[in-house]
Design a protein around this ligand. Structure first.
Ligand code: MN
Length: 321
């Protein structure tokens, strides 16, 4: 059932024993939203914990002040998902898909799940919804936005807007960020961690990507592929190539960019970015999803060349000129 923010806040107050689920291959929007909501609910003396099916990176751990998102297997009563477009993205928690009490999300709503759902697909990040919740309780005199909570929200916003440069960034996005900066957060440190600092392994992976970009339709489509052999040879982890799609996307004239990464289980993980093409349609053709200009999916194929052909053909169907 779709609900208003008032109803959402009422539900949060009336219930207890929350398990907050983030999406697999977590980014700082899902993590920041989950931790900010955790701290808010804890301030109401609620029992709550936030978990992720995947291990979070060292960088993410630093940004989340050491919160690990590991499961403690304690009992819970209500499951909340944040920034999760489809239960498929819950990883090992997908088994809880029929027990979801509340879905809080900002992706295009292609799949209804959860007893209650609150979706703002015009928001650049899910974290902004958490800010709305905080502000609702502030108006009631029940909560004051702390520096910690403001930092986690800012992490989500800056992460999903690429440091406030993607087209999802609106005047309101900056106004909300300004409010968070007013709480005394260290935005420079957060942005440096999110967008500037890279590990030597990551730089090596980018070096490979820079010299292996493939083009289609002139240079309207650009991509980079990493099979397990390359990943092993270069000793690059998932974390090192998490944002590698930004490399082909950066080329002048490219509209649609994608990366394909072979996973240790033999599946192929695809990240898509675009200037104008609806890449969420490309991703959903393979059972994935996301936003108009940033989406992803996981596909099965005999090898990376077959995966490449499948994705590039789907991109050609959708490309806008
Ligand atoms: Mn998000």
């Amino acid at each position: 059932m779709k609900i208003t923010v008032e109803k959402l806040c009422k539900l949060l107050c009336e219930n207890d024993g929350y398990l907050i689920l983030t999406h697999r291959h977590p980014d700082c929007d899902t993590l920041g939203s989950a931790l900010a909501l955790t701290r808010l609910l804890q301030s109401f003396d609620k029992k709550v914990r936030a978990v992720c099916s995947d291990k979070i990176t060292e960088k993410q751990k630093r940004l989340m002040d050491g919160y690990t998102f590991e499961d403690t297997a304690q009992p819970y009563d209500h499951v909340i998902t944040v920034d999760v477009a489809t239960p498929k993205l819950l990883g090992s928690y997908e088994s809880l898909k029929n027990d979801i009490f509340l879905k809080i999300d900002h992706h295009l709503n292609r799949e209804d799940f959860g007893e209650y759902s609150y979706v703002k697909d015009d928001y650049a990040s899910c974290a902004e919804i958490i800010l709305d919740i905080c502000e609702y309780f502030e108006k009631q005199g029940k909560f004051t936005l702390t520096k910690d909570v403001a930092s986690y929200i800012y992490c989500g916003m800056s992460s999903d807007t690429g440091g406030f440069i993607y087209s999802n960034t609106k005047p309101e996005t900056h106004l909300k960020a300004a409010r968070l900066l007013g709480c005394g957060i260290n935005a420079c440190r957060i942005d440096e961690e999110l967008h500037i600092t890279k590990t030597p392994d990551c730089i090596r992976a980018e070096g490979y990507a820079l010299s292996h970009i493939k083009y289609e339709l002139g240079c309207k489509i650009a991509s980079v592929c990493f099979d397990m052999k390359t990943r092993n040879e270069l000793k690059i982890s998932e974390e090192d190539i998490a944002d590698i799609v930004d490399i082909p996307r950066a080329v002048d004239g490219v509209d649609t960019a994608f990366s394909i990464k072979e996973e240790p289980d033999g599946s192929y993980r695809v990240s898509l970015r675009s200037g104008i093409t609806d890449v969420s349609a490309v991703a959903s053709a393979f059972g994935g999803g996301g936003h108009m200009r940033a989406a992803g999916c996981t596909i099965s194929a005999k090898n990376i060349d077959e995966a490449y052909e499948a994705v590039v053909n789907e991109c050609k169907k959708h490309i806008e000129s």
